[in-house]
Write a protein that binds this ligand. Structure first.
Ligand code: NAP
Ligand code: ZN
Ligand code: ZN
Length: 353
């Protein structure tokens, strides 16, 4: 396969810049696609700047990929050239561990675990590393390629591949639905999808934000109540009132203020993954109400397809701002200022020229 144009970070402190990678030729089970759009996840920024202390350079981020299939291997069953397809955070896993057998490839316990779309060792050898969607083409095993309904706008569907599944999966795991009062913390890429999904599932949705200017948008996106989380009065009025909280905040913050909002037996699930520890937990508040604190990592392939089908059925996509590849560094700075409405999506046409 010809060389592929990409954008890479060469170190934690250098801006992303043009870079050329090699993709493998499709094997019997592989799908090759031209990338049309790629969403910009806050995890891309954490990785590019080595905030989680696990980045190998050069790093080509991007795991919210929508593409058009160009070639398929002889054993590929469900995708044909010309089809719209998606790739999320995973491109491989062991396939045989209990997690993989249950369709939870995202919790693969096999040797080496799952292969992330970028910054993992590339088992298939084009590598040495996997490189993500800030590039013009990709080759992926069919098992890790999602079908995208023609009903969905392809650019606005890209963020479903990470922000979508990361919020859909815990809402399903904790059976959120009618009669539940659900808090979503943070109105960014993940948070705005959380609001849409929780509302579509029938819950009463309360959005917690640090940005007063987002209140109107939050209501339009589906929140029935909007609370400024830095206002202690507004927070205390909601004590003991929520069944479930999905916390998407990307920086360390006081979790106790949110745990106190849970009813007895309520759960707060963390999906935000800051680079620093949160301040200490107030154990008594958890003990006296049997409150639970949990975490969740993206979702398996089967559930990701279920989420995409749910989106096609309910007309759900992300609210996006389309950018050319060349504006990625500026987009990262805006993301750090919580100034994203509500997901940047890269138009890879800008890289093809
Ligand atoms: P994002 O678009 O930047 O949104 C994060 C939101 O957090 C901001 O929009 C802001 O919302 C809120 N926030 C920012 N600074 C804050 C502060 N100082 N105090 C309180 N709230 C603050 O990021 P994202 O792409 O949604 O990702 C969010 C986090 O989830 C990241 O850490 C990312 O790595 C992680 N993630 C985890 C998984 C997983 O599988 N668990 C998957 C994808 C991403 P307001 O303006 O409304 O306050
Ligand atoms: Zn992501
Ligand atoms: Zn496995």
């Amino acid at each position: 396969m010809p060389k592929t144009l990409a954008y890479a970070a060469q170190s934690a402190t250098t801006p992303l810049a043009p870079f050329t990678i090699t993709r493998r030729d499709p094997g019997p089970r592989d799908v090759q696609m031209d990338i049309l759009f790629c969403g910009v996840c806050h995890s891309d920024l954490h990785f590019a700047r080595n905030e989680w202390k696990m980045t190998t350079y050069p790093c080509v981020p991007g795991h919210e990929i929508i593409g058009r299939v160009t070639r398929v291997g002889s054993q590929v069953k469900n995708l044909k050239p010309g089809a719209l397809a998606g790739v999320g955070c995973l491109v491989d896993s062991c396939r045989v561990c209990p997690g993989c057998r249950e369709g939870l490839e995202n919790y693969c316990e096999g040797e080496g675990g799952m292969t992330l779309t970028y910054n993992s060792a590339d088992k298939h050898g084009a590598g040495p590393l996997t490189y993500g969607g800030y590039s013009t083409a990709i080759t992926v095993d069919e098992h890790f390629v999602l079908r995208i309904s023609d009903k969905l706008d392809p650019a606005a569907a890209a963020p479903l591949l990470c922000a979508g599944i990361t919020t859909y999966s815990p809402l399903r795991q904790w059976s959120v639905g009618k009669g539940h009062r659900v808090g979503i913390v943070g109105l960014g890429g993940l948070g705005h999808m959380g609001v849409k999904f929780a509302r579509a599932m029938g819950a009463q949705v309360v959005l917690f934000t640090t940005s007063p200017g987002k209140a109107e948008d939050a209501r339009r996106l589906g929140a029935q109540e909007v609370v400024l989380s830095r206002n202690a009065d507004e927070m205390s009025k909601r004590a003991n009132s929520l069944d479930f909280i999905l916390n998407t905040v990307a920086v360390a913050h006081d979790l106790n203020a949110f745990l106190n909002l849970l009813r007895r037996d309520g759960t707060m699930c963390l999906v935000g993954a800051p680079d620093r520890p949160h301040p200490a937990l107030e154990v008594m508040s958890m003990i006296f109400k049997r409150r639970r604190l949990a975490g969740s990592l993206i979702g398996g392939l089967r559930e990701t397809q279920e989420m995409l089908d749910f989106c096609a059925q309910h007309g759900i996509v992300s609210d996006i701002e389309l950018i050319p590849m060349q504006r990625i560094n500026e987009a990262y700075e805006r993301m750090l200022r919580s100034d994203v409405r509500y997901r940047f999506v890269i138009d890879l046409g800008s890289l093809r020229g």
